[in-house]
Design a protein around this ligand. Structure first.
Ligand SMILES: CC(C)(COP(=O)([O-])OP(=O)([O-])OC[C@H]1O[C@@H](n2cnc3c(N)ncnc32)[C@H](O)[C@@H]1OP(=O)([O-])[O-])[C@@H](O)C(=O)NCCC(=O)NCCSC(=O)C[C@@](C)(O)CC(=O)[O-]
Length: 493
C-alpha cells in the first residue's frame, strides 16, 4: 500500500494543456467567464441538465429550517450593467445559433442568507458550479450490508428498504444476484426483491454479475440492474473472478438481454483511484472502462473509489479523463470514507468543470471569447449510517454516510427531496439491528443533541440506551439508567 499512503497532490496531476481539452466535448452547457470578458467578477451560469436530475424541475427556493445557507435569485441592483451585458450576450448567442438550453443565467446564483455582501460574494464565487438538485443513489441495503459477517434477516432488509424509500430517496439499490458462495449475506436476493418489487416511489436496482444473475433478478421482479466492472485487473479477478475484458464481454450480453426487456442498466467502475493490490490506478484506465460500459448501453456510470483512498487531488484528474469520454450528466460518484475524504471528494465532483469549447463571437464590435464548459456531476452514491465495505477490498471502510451527504447538500442549498429526520430513523433502525453506533457523523451529532433536549420518541430512547451502554458508568448506575429509559413510553416503534 506504500503508493497509497501519501496522497497525490496537485503537483502530481497529469498535465493536460488547455489546447488539448478544447473541442473534445459536445457542448452540454456553457459558462462564459465574466472576468475574462470585462463583465465584472461574476460568472454567468448556463447549466443545462438533460437527465432526471434536471435543474429545470427545481425552481423553488430551498426552505430547510435548520440550515443557514439559501439560494436566491441574484439581486438585480447588484449590477444592472452586468445584467444588461448578459442579456445582450444571451441574445447574440441565440442569433449565432449557439443556443444554450439553460434557464435564465441570472437565476442560477447561490448565496447565503447573510446580509454581508462581501461574504455573499465569496460564497457565490466558491459555490458557483454546484448543481441545484443532486440525485442520491442509496446503496446501503446492498453495498452497505454485503460485507456484514452476521446474516441480517430478510425482513430487516425489507424494512430498511421501505424506510429508506419513505425518506424520499429516489433510488435504493436493493440487493445483488451474485453467487451466494461469494457473498453469503445477499443469498436471500430473490426473497428481498419479491418483497419490495411492489414499491413504486423509488427505483430499486440490483447488482447482476452475469446473465445468470440478470435472469434471476428479472424473474424476481427487478426493473433495473447494475453491472460492475473494475479499472484494476487484480480487483476484477478477486471480485468477479475474471479479467476486465472478460467482464466487459459478460456485461455486453447482460446489456443486450436488458435491452430486450427494456430494463435500464447502470454500470459501475471500481477502484477508480486506487486498488488494494496495484496501488494508484491511471485515470486513462478508468476512462477506458467507463467508456466501454457507456457504449454498451449503461445509462449511468458510477465511479467507485472502492477502498476510499482518493483525495480531491486524485479525483480531479480521474474525472477529467472520464468526462473526456462520457458526458458528466451520465456519471455518478461513489466514495468510501476510509481516509475521511468522501465529502471533500463529493464537493469537488459537484463543482468540477472541464473546458469543452472555445467560441469567439463579435458583439457590438467587440470580440468575446466564450468558454463552453461541462457541468459537474449531480448523482452521488451513499450508504445510510455509513454502512459498507467490500468483501474483496481488505480494510476498505464504509461508504460515505447518506445522512452526512444530505446534511452537506442541505447546507449548500442543494435539493435532494430527502427528509433527513426520516433518513436518520432508517439509519437508527439498521444500526440498532447491527448493534453498533451509526457511521454517520450527522446521526451521531443529532443523537447527542437529543441527549440534551430529550423527547421520549422511539429514536431518542434507542439513542439514549446506546449512549448509556457506551458511557463509562458504574454497573449499578448503568442498570438504573437503562431501567428508567426502558420505562419511557413512545409512540413510534
Ligand atoms: C461473478 C461470479 C458469479 C463468478 O463466480 P465464479 O465462481 O467464477 O462463477 P462460475 O461461473 O464458475 O460459477 C460458480 C458457481 O456460482 C454460480 N453462479 C454463477 N453466477 C451466479 C449468479 N449470478 N448468482 C448465483 N449463482 C451464480 C454457478 O451456477 C456455480 O454454481 P455451482 O455449479 O458451483 O453450484 C462471482 O465471482 C460473484 O458472484 N462475484 C460477486 C462478488 C461481489 O458481489 N462483490 C461485491 C460487489 S461490490 C463492487 O464490486 C464494488 C462496487 C460496485 O460496490 C463499487 C465500489 O464500491 O467501488
Amino acid at each position: 500500500m506504500s503508493s497509497l499512503e501519501e496522497p497525490l497532490g496537485f503537483d502530481k496531476l497529469p498535465s493536460m494543456s488547455t489546447i488539448d481539452r478544447i473541442q473534445r466535448f459536445s457542448a452540454g452547457a456553457c459558462r462564459p467567464r465574466g472576468d475574462d470578458m470585462g463583465m465584472g467578477s461574476c460568472w454567468m451560469d448556463g447549466r443545462s441538465c438533460s437527465t432526471s436530475n434536471s435543474c429545470d424541475e427545481d425552481h423553488e427556493e430551498y426552505t430547510g429550517e435548520t440550515f443557514p445557507w439559501r439560494r436566491h435569485v441574484r439581486d438585480v441592483s447588484e449590477g444592472e450593467a452586468f445584467n444588461q451585458r448578459a442579456k445582450s450576450l444571451s441574445k447574440n448567442r441565440v442569433k449565432l445559433g449557439h443556443v444554450s438550453k439553460s434557464r435564465n443565467w441570472l437565476d442560477q446564483q447561490y448565496s447565503s442568507k447573510c446580509n454581508d455582501r462581501g461574504i455573499r460574494n465569496i460564497t457565490n464565487k466558491f459555490l458557483k458550479g454546484i448543481p441545484k438538485f443532486v440525485k442520491i443513489v442509496e446503496v446501503g441495503p446492498r453495498d452497505g450490508l454485503q460485507n456484514e459477517k452476521t446474516i441480517v434477516l430478510t425482513s430487516v432488509k425489507v424494512e430498511l428498504i421501505r424506510r429508506l424509500v419513505s425518506s424520499g430517496l429516489p433510488v435504493v439499490e436493493a440487493t445483488s444476484f451474485v453467487s451466494p458462495k461469494w457473498v453469503p449475506q445477499l443469498a436471500d436476493a430473490k426473497d428481498v426483491m419479491k418483497a419490495v418489487c411492489d414499491i413504486e416511489d423509488a427505483r430499486l436496482p440490483v447488482l447482476t454479475p452475469n446473465l445468470k444473475g440478470f435472469e434471476a433478478a428479472v424473474a424476481a421482479g427487478a426493473k433495473e440492474v447494475a453491472v460492475f466492472a473494475s479499472a484494476s485487473e487484480s480487483f476484477s479477478k478477486s471480485n468477479i473472478n475474471c479479467s476486465i475484458e472478460e467482464s466487459l464481454v459478460r456485461y455486453r450480453s447482460v446489456c443486450l438481454a436488458a435491452k430486450e426487456h427494456s430494463i435500464p442498466v447502470r454500470g459501475y467502475v471500481s477502484c477508480v483511484v486506487g486498488c488494494p493490490v496495484e496501488g494508484a490506478i491511471p485515470p486513462s484506465k478508468v476512462a477506458y472502462v467507463a467508456k466501454e460500459l457507456y457504449n454498451m448501453g449503461c445509462f449511468e456510470i458510477s465511479l467507485g473509489d472502492t477502498i476510499g483512498v482518493g483525495t480531491p487531488g486524485t479525483v480531479v484528474p480521474m474525472l477529467e479523463a472520464v468526462m473526456a469520454v462520457v458526458p458528466a450528466e451520465k456519471l455518478a460518484v461513489h466514495f468510501h470514507d476510509t481516509y475521511g475524504q468522501s465529502l471533500s471528494n463529493i464537493l469537488i465532483s459537484l463543482q468540477f468543470y472541464g473546458v469543452i469549447d472555445l467560441l469567439q463571437v463579435e458583439i457590438d464590435h467587440s470580440i468575446y471569447v466564450i468558454l463552453y464548459q461541462q457541468m459537474g456531476i449531480s448523482t452521488v452514491d451513499s450508504s445510510v449510517a455509513g454502512l459498507g465495505g467490500c468483501p474483496y477490498a481488505q480494510g476498505a471502510s464504509g461508504n460515505v454516510a447518506t445522512e452526512d451527504v444530505v446534511y452537506m447538500l442541505n447546507g449548500l442549498g442543494v435539493k435532494t427531496n430527502i427528509d433527513l429526520a426520516k433518513l436518520m430513523l432508517a439509519g437508527d433502525f439498521i444500526s440498532d439491528h447491527l448493534g453498533r453506533q451509526s457511521g454517520s457523523k450527522t446521526a451521531v451529532a443529532r443523537c447527542r443533541e437529543h441527549h440534551h433536549h430529550f423527547t421520549p420518541q422511539a429514536g431518542s430512547v434507542r439513542c439514549q440506551q446506546r449512549l448509556v451502554n457506551r458511557t463509562l458508568l458504574s454497573d449499578a448506575t448503568r442498570t438504573r439508567a437503562c431501567e428508567i429509559i426502558s420505562r419511557l413510553s413512545f409512540k413510534d416503534s
